[in-house]
Design a protein around this ligand. Structure first.
Ligand code: UDP
Ligand code: MG
Length: 323
């Protein structure tokens, strides 16, 4: 299709945060896979590996700069501090120059072998190629169940559902990347943006291996916040839910009022009501606080968005200048 006519540079965007141990292994394995892709296929690709140093405090930056000595295709965008993976990835997408871009984790949990299948689907005309994890057996039970629950809840609320068990690892055509970069959300949840922009998508499947080295950088608290950010930044459904809930409880209250009136007027008895009163007060008090919390989530987000601070700040770039 039209892709065949395009120049064929592929940028792999790799956010890193304190990954000095994982980087050399990653570069080595990736190089081998990329070399094999070009060896096997008649269609040749030019690969660029764009690292985004998300404010690492270890030797990550030094190692990346060193790796460039032997791998000319390495590029680096260094952020001024740790902005978190979502923003780091967005920074990478902003700077990526390729005709297609593939976000990848540095810990080899996104296996380089899958890239070839992605490229094939892209050549066949897909604008987005999602990589779906068919097995998450390497993740803990806790992570799997919470992830499943998250996708359920998210997709229940979302305007556009996101595919289950597809991480950031996917191929994005230049057109898609341009669209994604235009979405200026400060509270970013990239997976939602990737599906929000539309375009045709295809899917390849892979088994997710264990982390190559070090430990996962996502604490339970960070994941919880990511889930909340995801839901609240992409849907106003929770707000509407309170409307429905309010309506339901008004209806129940109305029925109860009738019951109380009938009871008093017809039977001439007033109900001794301490327990029912206190239960009502506590229940509706709790409900009020909860709905205020939901409102707070949105107001907080409005605050963050209207300040219009940049999504990330770049300290330096390396290897991008000569392009
Ligand atoms: N990462 C980042 N900034 C952060 C946390 C993580 O750039 O604040 C990078 C990390 O170096 C890795 C990728 O995001 O390349 C995924 O991180 P991790 O493997 O810890 O997450 P998981 O695989 O558990 O989702
Ligand atoms: Mg990982």
């Amino acid at each position: 299709m039209e892709n065949v006519l395009k120049a064929n540079t592929i940028t792999l965007v790799v956010p890193v945060f304190n990954e000095e141990k994982a980087i050399p292994l990653f570069v080595e394995q990736l190089e081998t896979s990329l070399f094999e892709i070009n060896l096997k296929n008649s269609r040749k690709f030019k690969f660029q590996i764009l690292f985004v140093n998300d404010g690492s405090t270890d030797a990550s930056e030094f190692i990346i700069r060193n790796a460039k000595m032997t791998n000319a295709e390495i590029q680096l965008v260094s952020l001024s501090r740790n902005f978190g993976k979502e923003r780091a990835l967005f920074a990478g997408l902003t700077y990526a120059l390729g005709d297609a871009v593939i976000p990848m984790d540095v810990d080899l949990q996104d296996p380089p072998e899958v890239i070839e299948q992605m490229l094939n689907k892209w050549s066949d005309g897909a604008s987005i190629v999602n990589a779906k994890r068919i097995s998450r057996s390497e993740d803990s039970w806790m992570k799997r169940t919470t992830a499943t629950a998250f996708y359920r809840i998210f997709n229940f609320f979302a305007e556009r559902p996101i595919p289950e068990n597809v991480g950031d690892f996917r191929l994005l055509d230049r057109q898609v990347v341009d669209a994604v970069v235009q979405v200026g959300d400060k509270m970013r949840f990239n997976k939602e943006v990737f599906s929000w922009v539309g375009f045709t998508s295809e899917q390849v499947e892979f088994e997710r291996p264990k982390r190559s080295d070090g430990t996962g950088k996502w604490s339970v608290w960070k994941l919880w916040n990511l889930a909340l950010d995801g839901i609240f930044s992409s849907s106003t459904m929770p707000l509407r839910l309170w409307g429905y809930l309010g309506f339901l409880f008004s209806l129940l209250a109305f029925v109860y009022v009738i019951f109380v009136i009938v009871f008093t007027v017809v039977f001439g008895r007033s109900v001794p009501g301490y327990s029912s009163t206190i239960v009502m007060i506590l229940f509706f008090g709790g409900l009020n606080l909860l709905s205020l919390g939901v409102l707070g989530e949105y107001i907080g987000r409005i605050f963050t968005e209207v300040r219009e601070r940049p999504t990330f700040i770049v300290k330096s770039t390396f290897g991008l200048e000569e392009e």
